[in-house]
Ligand binder design. Structure first.
Ligand code: NAG
Ligand code: NAG
Ligand code: NAG
Ligand code: NAG
Ligand code: NAG
Length: 366
């Protein structure tokens, strides 16, 4: 979201400024052998210590935890998720790495793909900004901050002391992409076809505006999809089809270029306490959508008395990664024709030490 040059020059000075932490470490003790959620805090109980930022779940999984919401994925949830495989259909949910074209933000250069002829074989070399296509935002991507100031950055569980530890010459490993790459992500995903519901109920909307989807609407989508009251289970990944990719696919090359000039307003989740409350109670491992940021483009709102966005609370607060620009257009008709809304999903991030984001290599299996 910000200008890369400015960030780099600020970073040189960052080490000289005190960071917001360190915080006193507070940790809930779980007896996992009895009940993973025996001492699970309610949304109103967040954060566990009033010195922590807005609605952070720091300490909920232990003071030194790096997995965050991926802790909801257990052997049992994976086994249960596998029971949703019924038809043997596989749907990759990844856009091509050069889509959208041009990328959403001028500071994000398009994929560079070089071919290297060798003696008797061929190599190729990819250079890419991990934010340009379908992407998994790791826990280094989006800390809390006050008006984007680098000096106020606060990462999940306060495990990174300084911005230099992220972008400096010797980054530390805490919260790096290797953590999620080595965890093994296999989940039951639950799909909300918001765009399909809007169409079916004759509500007009434009995915290229700051249209905000609220939890009341998601409850209506669940009803429309005939989902049971208890549709969510701990460890699920929630996926929302906003209709953004569907509409993007109708644009010609000129219209795609114009989208960037127009600064890319986009549909997405409403940033609000009610959205966060609704999600927290579901104990999700991940959240994803077919739009640029899961949340809508306004990107800032008053949450529990502070100006925040969902990225900050999800990633910096709950340790919950976001998957953006998912490609759902072939999966969704298959779900409709079967009248079912959950499926087995695997994600395998690139195993990049200290990495920030990755193509998710997401695969749905029905
Ligand atoms: C919360 O942090 C403060 C310091 O900011 C500390 O005095 C207090 O004991 C902490 N509370 C708990 C429950 O640990
Ligand atoms: C999951 O299974 C692995 C391999 O059997 C085992 O080492 C691990 O302890 C199990 N984890 C849980 C949370 O049961
Ligand atoms: C951001 O915060 C700093 C320090 O609190 C303040 O000086 C500055 O005016 C703020 N910038 C904006 C755009 O609000
Ligand atoms: C939507 O509009 C169509 C065509 O005008 C109509 O047949 C249908 O009943 C409407 N559906 C709803 C839910 O209003
Ligand atoms: C793209 O579509 C617009 C209409 O929205 C049209 O005016 C324009 O000529 C088209 N451009 C190309 C290259 O097809």
């Amino acid at each position: 979201m910000k200008n890369a040059g400015a960030v780099l020059s600020l970073a040189v000075a960052a080490a000289a400024y005190p960071s917001m932490g360190p915080y006193e470490r507070v940790s809930r003790i779980f007896d996992r052998s009895v009940d993973l959620y025996a001492d699970w805090p309610s949304y109103d109980q967040l954060p566990l210590n009033s010195s922590y930022p807005t609605k952070a779940a720091w300490g909920v999984w232990g003071a030194d935890d790096q997995l965050g919401a991926l802790n909801h994925i257990t052997n049992d949830t994976i086994l249960a998720a596998s029971q949703t495989i019924q038809d043997g259909l596989a749907f990759p949910l990844n856009l091509r790495l050069d889509v959208p074209d041009p990328p959403s933000n001028a500071a994000r250069k398009p994929l560079s793909h070089l071919y290297m002829p060798q003696d008797g074989y061929t190599d190729d070399v990819l250079v890419m900004n991990t934010q340009i296509s379908t992407q998994f935002d790791g826990l280094r991507h989006y800390p809390y901050s006050t008006n984007n100031s680098v000096y106020t950055y606060q990462w999940y569980n306060d495990l990174i002391a300084d911005y230099e530890d992220v972008i400096g010459p010797k980054p530390t490993e805490a919260l790096g992409l290797q953590v999620s790459a080595e965890k093994g992500i296999a989940v039951r995903a639950v799909l909300f076809d918001f765009a399909g519901w809007m169409d079916a109920t004759n509500q007009t909307f434009d995915p290229f505006t700051d249209f905000q989807i609220n939890p009341g609407q998601l409850d209506e989508v669940a009803d429309w999809q005939n989902m049971p009251e208890d549709w969510s289970q701990p460890g699920d990944m929630l996926i929302i089809r906003t209709g953004w990719v569907r509409q993007y696919n109708t644009l010609n090359i000129t219209e795609r270029a114009l989208l960037r000039v127009q600064n890319w307003p986009y549909i997405g989740l409403e940033a609000s306490d009610r959205t966060l409350r609704w999600l927290w109670e579901k104990k999700l491992s991940l959240i994803g959508a077919d739009n640029p940021a899961v949340e809508s483009s306004s990107f800032i709102a008053e949450i529990d008395g502070a100006m925040r966005n969902l990225h900050q609370v999800f990633i910096g607060g709950w340790g919950m990664s976001i998957v953006e620009f998912l490609y759902l257009e072939e999966l969704v008709p298959a779900m409709h024709s079967r009248n079912r809304w959950n499926f087995f999903l695997t994600i395998q991030n690139l195993n990049v030490v200290s990495g920030i984001a990755s193509p998710p290599n997401a695969l749905a299996i029905l």
